[in-house]
Design a protein around this ligand. Structure first.
Ligand SMILES: C[S@@+](CC[C@H](N)C(=O)[O-])C[C@H]1O[C@@H](n2cnc3c(N)ncnc32)[C@H](O)[C@@H]1O
Length: 218
């Protein structure tokens, strides 16, 4: 069965999107997108044969071989110029892998990215904004005691403040997210020894920043 974490990504797609899921693994979200009629067809890929095989097996089980095409390989390298993919879905990967994947000539044909990165969301935002993308959706999703961040980028230049890039232009105005982030930072601070003055100072500064933002929302 599909998890809430994966299901939460489905709402960001519309019928006209021509999607590749990079790092599909089990392909559960892809099967859901097709079975729910959200997408008519799509390409899914994975760099590891065993992972892709899991996807292929699940796709066969659901008899969706004609609607979901599978490709083995590294990131956007599986696409040819003749493909008409314009939307990338990536979930369950770290930001540095995501950024290395988009360093590919095919990326100029991409207009939308739906991303659930495991880490470094500030770097992800900053790099995609530099590449002339802006953020249209951001969401914090809780599933099985873990917290995930979904971000949807579309092509188009927009200016953001430092705080918007750090916390997210939408999440920076979300009280639940700020509370989560405050607890997260407090947790780290509690584990940092007293003699690590610089890192403690940086974390305390972030806590004050979050407190100020929370006050502005209330
Ligand atoms: C943790 S799984 C996430 C699977 C699924 N997207 C999800 O969110 O549940 C990450 C998958 O990405 C694949 N992967 C990692 N780097 C990749 C790359 N550069 N290109 C394609 N797939 C990659 C891995 O083999 C693995 O199957």
């Amino acid at each position: 069965m599909i998890s809430n974490r994966l299901k939460s990504l489905a709402k960001y797609f519309s019928k006209d999107d021509k999607v590749i899921d990079i790092g599909c693994d089990h392909a559960l979200l892809d099967i859901y997108l097709i079975e729910e009629g959200i997408l008519k067809s799509m390409i899914v890929s994975d760099i590891h044969e065993k992972a892709l095989q899991q996807g292929i097996d699940n796709i066969k089980l659901h008899k969706l071989e004609k609607r979901i095409e599978t490709r083995l390989g590294n990131g956007l390298e599986v696409l040819k110029n003749s493909d008409d993919i314009d939307t990338i879905l990536i979930s369950g990967m770290g930001t540095s892998t995501i950024l290395s994947i988009i360093e590919n000539p095919y990326f100029k044909k991409i207009n939308k990215l739906v991303i659930q990165s495991n880490n470094d969301h500030e770097i992800l935002r900053a790099e995609l904004i530099k590449k002339s993308f802006n953020i249209i959706h951001e969401e914090m999703v809780k599933d099985a005691n873990k917290t995930y961040i979904n971000i949807v980028f579309i092509r188009g230049r927009k200016t953001y403040t430092e705080l918007e890039i750090k916390y997210g232009p939408i999440l920076v105005r979300n009280l639940d997210y700020l509370k989560y982030r405050e607890d997260y930072v407090k947790n780290i601070l509690d584990k940092i020894p007293m003699n690590k003055i610089l890192i403690r100072h940086k974390l305390k500064k972030e806590l004050n920043e979050i407190k100020r933002m929370k006050k502005n929302i209330k």
